[in-house]
Design a binder for this molecule. Sequence first.
Ligand SMILES: [Zn+2]
Length: 334
Amino acid sequence: MRAKRSKTYRKLMQQYGLAFGFREPYQVLVDAGVIKDAARFKMKLGQMLAGVVHGEIKPMITQCCIRHLYDIPTTNDIERRQKDEYIEVAKQAERRRCGHHELEEPLSALECLESVVDPKGSNTNKNRYVVATQELEVRQRLRKVAGVPLIYINKSVMILEPMAIKSENVRDAEERAKIRAGLKGRRGAITGEKRRREEADDDEDVDMPDRVKAIVAKDAEVAAQDPLAELPMQKKRKVKGPKGPNPLSAKKAKPVKQKSAGREVEDERAAVRKALKKDPQAAEKAVISGVAGDDGAPSEGPKKRKRKRKPKEGDGGASTGPGVVTGGDADSPD
Ligand SMILES: [Zn+2]
């Protein structure tokens, strides 16, 4: 069975369980057609049924339905063997007394199954039967009975029908009733956590031990802080992705600050260098004006080099004056 279909069926059976009280082992009524088709497709009927309803089953067959198998006419050995196989499978199921055995002819699957599933014609499946039938007519009729899981075989695939509208309506009404009962403070099927929250909403609650009161108070506190917690029926939406502000916008802030601080200094240096190119005295002026004050060392560099070169260019490097100033750096010809 495909995983998705399997999951759907499991959920479906859970809903039948919650809304209509279905429990394992599920009583599955099979008709002659299902037994025949299962054999035709070489399916192990019991295993397939259990797989579809996701649980233990108790296969059952009505007296009429097994008679349908006994009544299959045969003309040769192959057909006879085939028929024996059907009956063998049917015998593994529990016989469901439908009360039609005294009739000369068995009832049709439709009439028999209808009388077994809904004997009073009240459109309720009192005995919680699952019905596996190859007859569309039977399924159409039983969809009108609330809470009948219906199974059939379609091209070697066993299908559990989606819940019929009639059953869905009952299921939905049941859910609403449960919610309403829960809100009134009944302590039946509600879980502990939910119950506490409801008590927190309901101030009139009495006879609570202090320990419980503390928990209730804590819950109320949490609920007050978190607006979503006030809606017990709604799941809190998970926010996808990392928490906090957008990292793309958050990252920007720091580098911009560092850059602007660094750039200020850089701009000052650039201005000084530019000025020095035009006017060697500019550095001194800058020092005086305070621009290069906080960054003395680099601005001194170009100043010295300029001074060093200038005399070289001008005096041919003969003069010792500027060479002394810069120490060993000056490569005098000597
Ligand atoms: Zn019958």
